[in-house]
Ligand binder design. Structure first.
Ligand SMILES: Cc1cc2nc3c(=O)[nH]c(=O)nc-3n(C[C@H](O)[C@H](O)[C@H](O)COP(=O)(O)O)c2cc1C
Length: 344
């Protein structure tokens, strides 16, 4: 299947592994790249040195193109982006911040830039600064999807920009790929689906919990990490999202979390001072880290909280990455052929 997304990134299938903290690791990124998709490394939990090592590790595991994700609002993100530019990573995916400098510097070595957006306004400004593609993230998505569902957000944005769109949020199989193409997208990103692949480092107990739960079993709330986010519905997440965390508790927990992600506390404090208006957000975000890590790494859903999308209801197995990509494309083609009968 050829679209502007496959041409732009030099990949075989228009399927992207988005950056997911502690999940989109070098091994999973390389597995997706080797299977013909575009894997994006999650740099959020990494120090600059770890980012450099992770890039080197991906290059040991694959000679295919890959990307790196940077959430510009977060402490340490600019430094990680700097490493990615120095290492001339083929694709840089930024979110929550101004990426004009990234575009300029990535283009200088022939790199491409994807902007993650949840609104038309941000889509237009990303195009204006020269982004090569958009990851348009709808309400169904795990973690920080927008207010509007992909069914509406993707065609609304695709109609207003000239750069290609990667539909994100709610896509887990061939039906979703074909639907995304019909909506004007030229590729899909699959977070929840690839997080439950065999090669994903998501804990087996958490993968099994995803398979067991339905599309109804997620919660979308601002009360978890400060930005509206979708998580798996569990007793713990119901409790966590009932009301916003006390700001002082959140700040204290954020300091503790800073140590877990190996960010010096001064850097978090400096980040908070530099962005006084975003202090609350950073505190809540930091406070969520231990719970996310517990669910993802230890399979602990009693204390931990797991980002997951509504596609949970479409995930019924844990195949290899190659199987997921192949069957997604094959099923999209088969459904397309069947649908042609409808128009005779
Ligand atoms: C387990 C998991 C962890 C995620 N972690 C992050 C993250 O750290 N940062 C981020 O911006 N998005 C994160 N996401 C969201 C994905 O980047 C992507 O937007 C989302 O998974 C797309 O929706 P889908 O799950 O329906 O495919 C995560 C998603 C999942 C499933």
């Amino acid at each position: 299947m050829q679209t502007r997304i496959t041409e732009l990134f030099g990949i075989e299938h228009p399927i992207v592994l988005p950056g997911m903290s502690w999940i989109s690791t070098p091994e999973l990124v390389a597995a997706v790249a080797n299977a013909g998709g575009l894997g994006i490394l999650a740099s959020g939990p990494l120090t600059p040195e770890q980012t450099r090592q992770a890039i080197a590790r991906i290059r040991e595991l694959t000679d295919k193109p890959f990307g790196i994700g940077v959430t510009l609002l977060m402490p340490g993100a600019q430094e990680n982006a700097e490493i990615a530019l120095q290492e001339q990573v083929p694709v840089i995916n930024f979110s929550l911040g101004k990426g004009d400098w990234l575009v300029e510097r990535a283009h200088a070595y022939g790199g491409k830039v994807i902007a993650t957006v949840v609104s038309e306004k941000h889509a237009r400004s990303a195009q204006a600064i020269g982004a090569d593609a958009l990851m348009v993230t709808g309400h169904e998505a795990a973690a920080h999807g927008g207010d509007v569902t992909s069914l509406v957000l993707v065609p609304a944005i695709a109609a207003k920009v000239s750069i290609p769109v990667i539909a994100t949020g709610g896509f887990a199989d061939g039906r979703g790929l074909l639907a995304a193409l019909s909506l004007g997208a030229e590729g899909i990103a699959m977070g929840s689906r690839l997080a439950t692949s065999q090669e994903s480092p998501l804990h087996d107990q958490t993968k099994a919990a995803v398979v067991a739960r339905s599309e109804q079993d997620t919660i979308y709330s601002r009360n978890f990490d400060g930005i509206p986010a979708r998580v798996m519905r569990t007793q713990r997440s119901i409790k966590e999202t009932r009301r916003p965390m006390n700001f002082f508790i959140a700040s204290w927990q954020a300091m503790r979390a800073a140590k877990m992600v190996q960010q010096p506390v001064w850097k978090i404090l400096l980040g908070m001072l530099a962005m006084v208006d975003k202090v609350k957000l950073l505190a809540y975000f930091g406070a969520s880290v231990p719970k996310l890590k517990a669910a993802t790494e230890q399979g602990d859903l009693d204390y931990g909280v797991q980002f997951i999308g509504q596609t949970q209801g479409l995930i019924e197995d844990m195949p290899t990455v190659a199987d997921i990509l192949q069957r997604t494309v094959a099923d999209a083609e088969a459904i397309h052929r069947q649908q042609q009968q409808l128009f005779r």
